[in-house]
Design a protein around this ligand. Structure first.
Ligand code: ATP
Length: 219
């Protein structure tokens, strides 16, 4: 069975690093589809800068016309912290037989063992790891994931949970925090996000972006 990809994030804002790496995984591993899940109330980090509503609108603009990508609003609709283990339990209940794979950037993957009920996460899904610039993934033998690594995607299709696949995605040196800083410093970050997301940031004056004159009357 084809793998369903799950890509969770704060998406504050969604950017090229999220979209291009996920597109690469979708195409090269032949995923069934990828669900982008907005972490409405992320428990493992400082509160987001933009509201849930703004982040959700930007995510929608980024994925709505993309083949194979879809939004999944379950963390917005649920009360309480956006624990990934709860999200995976509800997805697993809907898709009992399908191999699921949680896509994680290297930073998130390397911090996974601090997440709420992290070992249960591996009992609910596979992991697909996306390398990030400056974050080499350890090849040493004492990592918790040593015995879980698969080098062939067919192993993820056969087993339904518990494998770790390190995907050779392009390194994209973009992060949401760098985008917020650029905008705050009045630098151009338009190339880091889809055009529609950039227009939304300008229209709503997010992250200290001056509201573009053509939108002033609409705000
Ligand atoms: P921030 O800079 O605010 O921490 P971020 O750019 O890391 O944000 P998030 O929404 O927190 O974005 O990340 C969601 C997921 O996307 C995480 O698994 C993260 O590791 C991954 N990710 C973010 N940017 C990239 C990138 N450039 N390449 C690969 N994965 C990425």
């Amino acid at each position: 069975m084809k793998i369903v990809g799950i890509f969770g994030g704060t998406f504050d804002p969604v950017h090229r690093g999220h979209l291009e790496t996920t597109r690469h995984v979708y195409n090269t591993l032949g995923l069934d589809h990828v669900r982008f899940i907005l972490s409405a109330r992320p428990p493992h980090r400082a509160p987001p800068v933009a509201s849930v509503n703004h982040r959700a609108q930007m995510l929608r603009l980024a994925v709505e016309h993309e083949i194979g990508f879809m939004e999944d609003q379950r963390e917005q609709q649920r009360l309480g912290p956006s624990y990934m283990v709860w999200t995976l339990r509800s997805l697993r209940a809907e898709l009992p037989q399908q191999p699921l794979a949680l896509l994680l950037g290297a930073d998130a993957f390397l911090g996974l063992d601090t997440w709420f009920c992290w070992q249960q996460i591996l009992a609910l899904t596979h992991l697909i790891v996306l390398p990030r610039p400056g974050l080499p993934l350890s090849e040493s033998t004492d990592t918790w994931y040593r015995d879980a690594v698969s080098t062939h995607v067919s192993e993820l299709e056969r087993a339904s949970v518990g494998r770790v696949y390190i995907c050779d995605t392009p390194l994209i040196d973009v992060s949401a925090s760098a985008i917020r800083e650029k905008i705050g410093a009045d630098e151009d970050a338009s190339g880091d996000v889809p055009d529609a997301v950039w227009a939304y940031i300008q229209q709503h004056g997010l992250y200290g972006c001056p509201v573009h004159p053509k939108h002033k009357h609409a705000v």
